[in-house]
Design a protein around this ligand. Sequence first.
Ligand code: CMC
Length: 358
Amino acid sequence: MEFEEVKKGLAGVIVDDTAIASTDSSGTLIYRGYVAEELAERSTFEEVAHLVVYGHLPNKKERLKFSNLLSRNSRVAPNIDKIMGLLPRNAPAIDVLRSIVSMMPLNENEDDGKLLEIAAKMPRIMSDWHRLSKGSLPLRSTDGTYAERFYYLLTGSKNKSDARLLEELLILYMEHEFNASTFTLRVAASTLTDPQAAMTAALAAIKGPLHGGANAEILDYLLQMKSTSEARRYVDAKLRKKEKIMGFGHRIYKNKDPRAQYLKERLRVFAAAKGAEKLYDIATAIEDEMWKMKNIPANMDFYAAICLYLMGIDSSFNTPIFAASRSFGWTAHYLEQVSNNKLIRPSSRYIGPVGMHL
Ligand code: CMC
């Protein structure tokens, strides 16, 4: 067998074809041919999820069927809450989500049904865990659209305009071709493991701070800052120490992340409505300083974390929110991988010792 060397981290390496989404360094992100920001602005979560999973926007009948499937599967079995009750109260929500997804019983039979059933249950698992760990009773509503239900489960409130911003954010988080968690899922799927196991693998990968875990760390530094000059000093000091600032940088987007720019504009208006202009100014000062000092753009997580904060959503939800939305992208990738499968099994260059004997 001939071996070919590729770049570390597979940077810039095309490993397979996909018809689901495409990104490029000029800052264009498309889902099945449609520009992601346009979908975020004009479509519902259900429509975009159907597009991503099945390759086309749903007609009325398909939309209803898809929405019903998500709504029907949004509840979790009562014994799941009992299992959650046995977990340590301080367990991170993303760990709980991964653990529950790995073992919960499923009703749907086909692969797509199973994957969507798991995806549909994620908001409820997160909500039940959050409330249980705080000693409150679970919320029980399954009314409304996916985003309205999700927003209610996260906040206990039914504010439709906040739910709409959440919907846009969820649409932008939904799919991103061969990112780390999706690639992990595809590796798992390529072994022909089952959908539930593949989703569990993806949930393990999304937790890391270089990927989905970044959005949980942004408020930790941002909310400490009192002024734009303090924000600039923070960036300079971090860069001098060669430390990373969460919410900045991207493997693909070296100039701008289109999702971040979309949310930035939405945040400008949203922050003004909430009387949080100063927070917006501090955020943009950090972004400007990062660009000035190192030409590193803000990524989606940066502005998503601030939007979620102003929506009153607890930051422990940030990474699970990303995962819940991305689970629809993972669904599409599982189906695409198994429909034209080849085991993903690369080789390595051995650099360890040789000729050792006992
Ligand atoms: N803060 C400070 N410096 C950075 C950052 C950052 N956030 N990101 C990259 N750099 C620097 C890095 O230190 C390196 O500098 P130098 O060339 O002087 O050694 C240079 O930029 C190239 O960085 P890299 O880490 O080699 O680039 P990459 O393409 O391998 O990494 C990344 C991409 C996302 C892992 C990285 O930018 C990072 O660690 N960012 C912070 C974590 C983060 O926000 N992750 C969320 C990504 S977007 C949502 C998602 O899809 O998960």
